[in-house]
Write a protein that binds this ligand. Structure first.
Ligand code: ZN
Length: 166
């Protein structure tokens, strides 16, 4: 699948909640996982492949430990605490990274690929990844979270990295 590049308009649209987990959705999930691995990313939201459905795939396992894909459908953060500022990147904003503040510990609910209800606690890189992908599903890119000054600097840099794009 083709990964949409910032500032594609679908990246700024809100994904709709999934109401039916069927073969069609599972096929989308499998293709998203494949696309994420191919791009060497640790997370991918459906918006990034042009699908406005609340689906995210992730794998934050270090590559030498093999693959361990996580699928989250209709994810919600029911509780968040603490904060952490860490360098973040995005497959839709290639060759750019910036420090972003995120909650350090989150309680997450959602459904897996088979429709099983999930509820778990996440911290570290997984917590960061879930918050980043959840932003995508709401139509927010991490660069939208930059301060006005940093965003202006990003725009300048981005115009050079991505000639012909806004
Ligand atoms: Zn992203």
């Amino acid at each position: 699948m083709k990964i949409l590049i910032y500032p594609h308009k679908i990246l700024h649209q809100e994904a709709a909640a999934v109401t039916n987990i069927d073969g069609n959705l599972q096929e989308l999930i499998d293709r998203m996982i494949e696309t994420m691995y191919k791009a060497k990313g640790i997370g991918l939201a459906a918006n990034q492949v042009g699908e406005l459905r609340q689906v995210m795939v992730m794998d934050v396992t270090p590559s030498e430990e093999g693959s361990n894909p996580i699928v989250l459908i209709n994810p919600r953060i029911s509780h968040a605490e603490g904060s952490e500022v860490t360098e973040e990147g995005c497959l839709s904003v290639p060759d750019y990274s910036a420090k972003i503040k995120r909650a350090a510990l989150i309680q997450v609910t959602g459904f897996d690929r088979d429709g099983k209800e999930l509820s778990f606690e996440a911290d570290g890189i997984l917590a960061r990844c879930i918050q980043h992908e959840l932003d995508h599903l709401k139509g927010i890119c991490f660069v939208d979270r930059l301060s006005p000054l940093k965003k202006a600097m990003f725009r300048k840099k981005w115009a050079k990295i991505r000639p012909g794009r806004k």
